[in-house]
Design a binder for this molecule. Sequence first.
Ligand SMILES: [Zn+2]
Length: 335
Amino acid sequence: MLRPSNLATVLAVTLGLAARLGFAQTLPAQATAPTPGWRWTMDSVRRVVHAVRAGRSLKPRSWPGGARVAVLLSFDVDNETIPLRFGEPTIGALSQGQYGARVGLRRVVELVDRHRIPATFFIPAVSLMLSPEMARVIQQSGRHEFGIHGWIHEMNATLPEAAERELIQRALDTLTHLTGVRPVGYRAPSWNMSPSTLRIVRDLGFLYESSLMADDSPYELLADGQPTGMVELPVEWILDDAPLVNPQGDRYSAPRDVLQVWVDEFDRAFQEGGMFLLTMHPHIIGHRSRIVILERLIDHIRSKPGVWFATHREAAEYVARAAAPPLPPPRPASP
Ligand SMILES: [Zn+2]
């Protein structure tokens, strides 16, 4: 979940990508300095705020089997795409990404499979194309789900809509081909959604989206104030290993301190009958001193009665059915 460090690089890459894809003519006009919010009219504020917004809560009265809490573990298998996406990779950073495929992923899968826990793996298409054997490792138990996580971990908000649409479509085709299953879930790389992203994922028939933060429990997404039928499974930076336990991150915390935050989040979710969704990365959590905290967290969660471990798909399908009235299938945004 790294942030762009160099806007010029982002723009250069965007221009290069757009030119290669033939979209140069659709690029937005040269950006000018934004107008500060205090100069906006309330109409402008409302238009921006309501473009994509939380609608009704989809927190169910109870979880399957009468469980008190739903636990959803995500692994974003970014690997080499983190240094690749801005077009200026270094050999060292690429090797750190390759650790995810060679070591981290296997350690993560061994842990969840030993506990018979399902998980969802959001994988940028280029990451899976570089290490296609990861699909077999993940599929061995028959328990896990694949989700879309961009083509090369691109930052959606830097792309013209046509390029963004083309990359998500291509990622969907590639993951379907390499795994044999068509994913139904979308997570924006770096949780970076553009004003077009929701429209694109609706048009492509996704069941759920998992990049936004307006609740602790699932909710329906609104577009321009209108219900979309799209389930949002919300995330949070405090429930993400990338900024917290990466020693190069600017928000570094000791792994055992992070474990305490996650235990507190889970305990409160358990009390409130909610959802606990944790985002991790094999190239980060898969290290020896980090996998320990995931193992301890799983031990803590399993010590409680009434926990429903689910893939994101299972949770999205369940809350859509359990809603009153039930959520209709997501409607395409474009006629
Ligand atoms: Zn990612």
